[in-house]
Design a protein. Structure first.
Length: 484
């Protein structure tokens, strides 16, 4: 080989070696943006706080986004202080340039404030018309109300409820639903004596500074002074209300139960009973309309109704061409697929007394090598917003390291993915570690936790691995579905 050949050969080896090193380094540091029929509109790092839930609202003519965070702490550049994670407040009126307005740290010695709900005083029967209120979980310790009429200067109103403890001393809170038109709130958390870590605690918050407890509720068999099997795994995950129905999901990721409850019966109880709102078996069973018990390896994380769905392919049929469904999501909880595969289920509730699964949606692991990419891979949640332009057309799901998935649900018997968005990792993105067969593996990957949509057609994604907020819009054939 000539000198020139040897020199070129050396350069080639060095180039290949350097390229391999860069490839390994890039893989260790994460991954880039991946997308189909979606486009990134805007982003914010959320002060590198692990995020659970985004909630966009219209407030005094502006678009305000409230974000609940997991436990942890980070520097707040607005104050120059290290603050325990709580609630972030951003102005997203211009979605291309989100503006961070305020961070409300968790109170006392609590950590995190995962769940947020907001109501305007215009809607609440007992509140001032010019006021806006935030209901949030305060770590696992309590549920709080804040006045957020000025998003840049929130003020504490009251503690609605302190959580009890399980027999082993644990406290829990979780995802709350607040009816702005009535003021009724369905808090989720621990109550002393009950046999499930989380139950429903119904409160009247029509007058925010005068909370009134209506009743406690869960599945029959988890109330105090009972024995036998405890159904619903970890207990209530969340409540979703539409009209006179409450759609309650239990279990999160295992031993799931989906329950349809008559709202009026839950709040008033059986008028013929001596104690209509107590925790007897009869009182807990009275408001139940229908129930679906899942296998032990799937849970009930989120249950969102899709009512009065007209199935075009059913148009020749005489009967039941218009049907009711619930989107039921089971949550993935283990890194790198060290669990059963979780999925989304479309449940036909046309006959409410007999809910029945009719289809599933999943993301193929082979589409992205997701089980070895790092962190969790699988379903987590879906949007709550039940209005145009998304409702009954497009359902958006958070899928952890597979990002956000966009699904055409106009025929719930045949859900079809029409797009996705997986954000790029950043220097803030935290690693996720797991030990398999005695070997620890730590990898950096997106962990899209929750999603929400608004009436502008925007989708809000937040990341539990500290990557922040991404605001996305649909493009191509996915966007066309919203216009039909």
């Amino acid at each position: 080989m000539s000198k020139i050949d040897r020199t070129n050969f050396t350069k080639i080896v060095l180039f290949v070696g350097l390229s391999c090193s860069i490839t390994v380094l890039a893989f260790a540091q994460g991954h880039g943006e991946e997308l189909v029929n979606t486009r990134l509109v805007g982003t914010h790092d959320l002060q590198a706080r692990s995020a659970y839930q985004p909630l966009p609202v219209i407030q005094d003519g502006r678009r305000i986004l409230y974000v609940g965070h997991h436990a942890g702490e980070a520097l707040n550049p607005l104050t120059g202080e290290i603050e325990v994670n709580g609630t972030s407040i951003l102005d997203v009126t211009d979605p291309t340039r989100p503006v961070y307005r305020y961070h409300i740290p968790a109170s006392g010695d609590a950590q995190g404030s995962q769940m947020v709900q907001v109501c305007s005083g215009n809607d609440l029967p007992g509140a001032g018309a010019d006021e806006t209120y935030l209901l949030r979980a305060n770590g696992n310790q309590s549920h709080e109300l804040w006045n957020v009429s000025d998003p840049s200067d929130p003020t504490f109103v009251t503690t609605v409820a302190q959580m009890g403890r399980t027999p082993d001393g644990q406290q829990n809170t979780h995802k709350t639903w607040w009816e702005c038109d009535s003021g009724l709130a369905y808090l989720v958390g621990t109550v002393d004596g009950w046999r499930a870590p989380r139950i429903v605690q119904a409160f009247d918050l029509a007058t925010p500074d005068e909370p009134y407890r209506v009743r406690d509720f869960s599945l029959d068999g988890v109330q105090p002074d009972t024995s036998g099997p405890v159904y619903g795994g970890s207990g209530v995950h969340e409540v979703v209300r539409l009209d006179n129905r409450l759609y309650i999901s239990y279990g999160t990721s295992r031993d799931g139960v989906f329950q349809i409850v008559d709202r009026e019966k839950l709040l008033s109880g059986d008028s013929n009973a001596a104690a209509p709102l107590e925790s007897s078996s009869a009182a807990l069973r009275f408001p139940q309309v229908g129930r679906l018990d899942l296998p032990a390896f799937w849970g009930g994380h989120t249950a969102v109704p899709l009512l009065d769905m007209e199935i075009i392919d059913y148009s020749p049929n005489r009967d039941q061409r218009i049907r009711d469904f619930v989107v039921l999501v089971s949550e993935s909880v283990a890194n790198q697929c060290q669990e059963a595969r979780h999925a989304v289920f479309f449940v036909d509730i046309t006959d409410e007394a007999h809910p029945w699964p009719v289809s599933t949606f999943q993301v193929p692991e082979s589409d992205g090598g997701f089980c070895t990419r790092g962190g969790r891979f699988g379903s987590h949640g879906t949007q709550w917003h039940m209005g145009p332009p998304f409702y009954k057309k497009i359902q958006v799901f958070s899928w952890f390291n597979a990002g956000m998935r966009v699904v055409d649900i106009r025929n719930p018997f045949l859900p079809i993915e029409v797009g996705y968005y997986i954000p790029a990792t950043t220097l803030n993105t935290d690693q996720r570690c797991i030990t398999i067969n005695g070997v620890e593996s730590c990898k950096t990957a997106i962990q899209t936790n929750n999603v929400e949509v608004d009436d502008r057609g925007l989708i809000y994604l937040v990341d539990r691995a500290n990557t922040g907020l991404h605001i996305v819009e649909l493009t191509g054939s996915a966007a066309e579905i919203l216009e039909r």
